[in-house]
Design a protein around this ligand. Structure first.
Ligand code: GLC
Length: 744
């Protein structure tokens, strides 16, 4: 009915258009929906079908006859990828496509700072706009389920609430540049091994409570204009044309009005794509990274085969009208948005945003005095040292290269070694220490033993003559490390780093270890190293952010967005054998169910080595006693919980005050507690502030499979407030009375 009304009014306007020679669909004084309907009414069936599939690697058709432009897309979530060839995965070799590499999204998540997320979205949106991209293929919102997943660095950690809060500003600010966010990979793409067809099976509770909330926030609060279907299957059907994910959840329940774009090569069936909510097919018959195919774009599932089905009446024309309506709406929001700004690239403002996100995302994991000394090793006071040895391939490696589709060609890059040299000058010496080979898809370069020995020996000799070692290691963007298209093969550090660390410690115990990675790693040397910094992939300004924190110019305030298990089998995804990870014969069951990350560690009483929400500071924060505005509340009322926090140290600092809630009603199995609020506050030495949280019914809810809907049990709950999921400083109990749902 709505469409008929719109078509009617479009016809009316076309006769009496305010600007007679301008057709309705081009008259920007009219609403997008009116213009969409007018454009649709002027298009042939062939033109509508052409909108639904790629014309090149990273663009889809427009309507040349009507002056409707093509839609240009680009990776990725951390920066705008260099120009790719029209019809193969090679880079086009342009000289005007170098950009800013922003820190990876795990680093953004580690800032726990929604305002910074908005700055991120605006900056990357300006760069995408300047590069004339209409769709930016990001952010990635898949949940961190296993430390082996090669793409965790592109995502926002293990907790759906943290990812939900942080993705919204990024999307909102990005889209203000007339660039569509393409939130990915919808859904349950939580590993790279067998990503193209592993069949994920899980409970409705795990689906709705853990894996969907961030995507729902992206649609509801973020107002995302596009979503990318994941490669994997969900309960037997490919996510890119899943009736459950796309028709029922995304478009019917969530009222998503944008477009669903496949992952590159994620489409496998014409009929399912026609009727199950897929709108634009990209990259078919490729592996999304390196392979090509003899098929032409017109052979795509939603190309000629779809046109044939429509002409034969095997699928309703309503399906192509709905797809075309959504695609045209996306055009009006982006390529045909006449009010969009012009964007900019590699500006000081963008570099400042990148540096600030690094400053606030870096996590101080350990900071203790060296043997006889009293003061902790960090921050590093230059006056105390004459020579500092920086060791590690990651101190100089271009970590924006490799990793898969999120790789970037940067205009500038401050490496950790550059950053430390600019702070400590000639005191800094460098030894590579280990070699990691070149990032290559599908395999790893073998480093000959004599090279390994030579590099290690050099570093150890230099360490003997140094006051202090800053080891910059971790993972990298090689295949089987933090890289798309494959998972890590082990939980430990690669490239002989553990042996190197042990050799260095033998000759010099004064070590700061900086781990650059997007994943937790095994830490056999944890008790021998005085200071450990989780540095993420920090992008263009990485070396500056790192030097800022190590020198104390910036007081670290990052908090882990995912747990660091002491050993791999302590992680829920690895506690139930192969069926749970990586799956058996491409079929997988998420046996840990809703107990992902700290939910698993808390509930199974298996302490993490470093817990979710953990991060140290150069100052200390004292918490008062939590109080609640009432002992109970019900239905649509809410409860306020307050607590005072004081900077009891000698330097200013930022603290992320975290609120977790535990359901003690016993109605259904629930984690001990779940993150339901956080507030990042900045305090001068001695300054005290009251932090308050408002608790509503939705903070208490669980997905009730008996009614296939959300529900809240009546009874006792507990609010936990702390500095991490483990470091709880105060709790307060309350009861909730649910008079609303059928299920008492
Ligand atoms: C890749 C990735 C996806 C990316 C797309 C285009 O295979 O899975 O994240 O945006 O294809 O490069």
């Amino acid at each position: 009915m709505k469409n008929k009304l719109l078509i009617g009014s479009a016809l009316f306007y076309s006769v009496f258009s305010l600007n007679a020679q301008l057709p309705v669909y081009l008259d920007k004084k009219l609403s997008i929906d009116l213009r969409v309907q007018d454009a649709l009414s002027k298009m042939t069936l062939e033109e509508k079908v052409k909108l639904c599939y790629a014309q090149s690697k990273f663009s889809s058709h427009g309507v040349p006859r009507l002056g409707i432009p093509e839609l240009w897309m680009s990776d990725g979530p951390h920066g705008v990828r260099a120009e790719i060839n029209w019809n193969d995965w090679g880079y086009a070799g342009w000289t005007n496509d170098s950009i800013t590499a922003f820190p990876a999204l795990t680093c953004l998540a580690a800032t726990w700072n929604p305002e910074l997320s908005g700055d991120y979205g605006n900056a990357i949106g300006e760069e995408a706009r300047f590069r004339k991209k209409d769709v930016l293929l990001g952010p990635g919102l898949n949940i961190y389920r296993t430390p082996l997943n090669g793409r965790n660095f592109e995502y926002m950690g293990e907790d759906p609430y943290l990812a939900s809060i942080l993705c919204v500003p990024y999307i909102q600010e990005l889209q203000k540049n007339g660039v569509a966010a393409c939130v990915k990979h919808f859904a349950l793409n939580n590993q790279e091994l067998w990503r193209d067809n592993v069949d994920v099976n899980l409970s409705d509770r795990a689906l709705y409570e853990i894996y969907l909330p961030a995507f729902k926030a992206a649609v509801h609060e973020g107002q995302a204009w596009s979503m990318m279907g994941a490669y994997n299957r969900v309960r037997g059907q490919h996510a890119c044309h899943s009736d459950l994910l796309l028709n029922k959840i995304l478009k019917e329940d969530w009222k998503f009005d944008g477009v669903v774009i496949t992952d590159w090569g994620g489409c496998h069936d014409t009929y399912e794509s026609a009727v199950n909510g897929l709108d634009i097919e990209m990259g078919s018959y490729t592996n999304g990274l390196t392979t090509e195919s003899e098929f032409t774009y017109d052979d795509y599932y939603l190309a000629n085969p779809y046109l044939e089905m429509l002409k034969k009446g095997e699928v309703s024309e309503e399906t192509v009208n709905d797809k075309a309506t959504r695609i045209l709406r996306t055009h009006y929001r982006t390529s045909m948005n006449l009010d969009k700004p012009y964007g900019s690239v590699a500006t000081k403002e963008h570099y400042d945003v990148a540096e600030e996100i690094g400053n606030e995302g870096i996590v101080l994991l350990k900071n203790s005095p060296v043997s006889k000394k009293k003061t902790p090793l960090l921050p590093l006071d230059a006056s105390k040292y004459n020579n500092i040895l920086v060791v590690g391939d990651n101190a100089v490696r271009f970590l924006n290269e490799g990793g898969g589709s999120s790789e970037l060609k940067v205009k500038d890059m401050i490496s950790p070694l550059d950053g430390l040299r600019s702070t400590y000058g000639e005191k800094i010496k460098f030894a590579q220490g280990y070699a990691a080979g070149k990032p290559m898809y599908g395999r790893e370069e073998v480093i000959e033993n004599d090279v390994v020995e030579k590099l290690r020996k050099e570093a150890v000799e230099m360490a003997k003559e140094s006051d202090l070692i800053i080891m910059v290691g971790g993972l990298n963007k090689n295949h089987f490390q933090d890289c798309e298209g494959g998972d890590r093969l082990s939980f430990g550090l690669p490239f002989g780093q553990n042996e190197l660390i042990e050799e260095l410690l033998k000759v010099n115990p004064n070590m700061v270890l900086v781990l650059l990675s997007g994943n937790a790693v095994d830490m056999p040397w944890i008790n021998k190293i005085p200071a450990i910094v989780q540095g993420w992939y920090l992008g263009t300004m990485g070396g500056k952010s790192l030097a800022n924190v190590i020198s104390g110019k910036v007081n670290p305030s990052g908090k882990l967005p995912f747990s660091f298990p002491a050993k791999l089998e302590d992680c829920g995804a690895h506690a139930f054998g192969e069926i749970s990870y990586p799956g058996i014969d491409r079929r997988q069951e998420y046996k840990e169910d809703i107990l992902v990350g700290y939910r698993w560690h808390d509930t199974k009483k298996i302490p993490a080595l470093f817990p979710f929400g953990f991060g140290m500071s150069y100052t200390t924060f004292d918490y008062g006693k939590a109080s609640a505005s009432a002992s109970s509340f019900s239905d649509n009322e809410n409860l306020t919980v307050k607590i005072s926090v004081k900077n009891s140290g000698k330097v200013s600092g930022k603290e992320v005050v975290q609120l977790y809630i535990g359901d003690e009603t016993g109605k259904v199995m629930r984690p001990v507690k779940e993150l339901k609020g956080f507030d990042k506050i900045s305090l001068e030495p001695g300054e005290e502030r009251e932090v308050s949280f408002t608790i509503k019914a939705q903070d208490l809810q669980y997905y009730d499979e008996s009614i296939s809907n959300w529900n809240v049990a009546s009874g006792k709950f507990k609010a936990y407030i702390g500095s991490s999921s483990k470091d709880i400083r105060s709790t307060v109990s309350f009861t909730y009375k649910n008079n609303l749902t059928v299920n008492k």
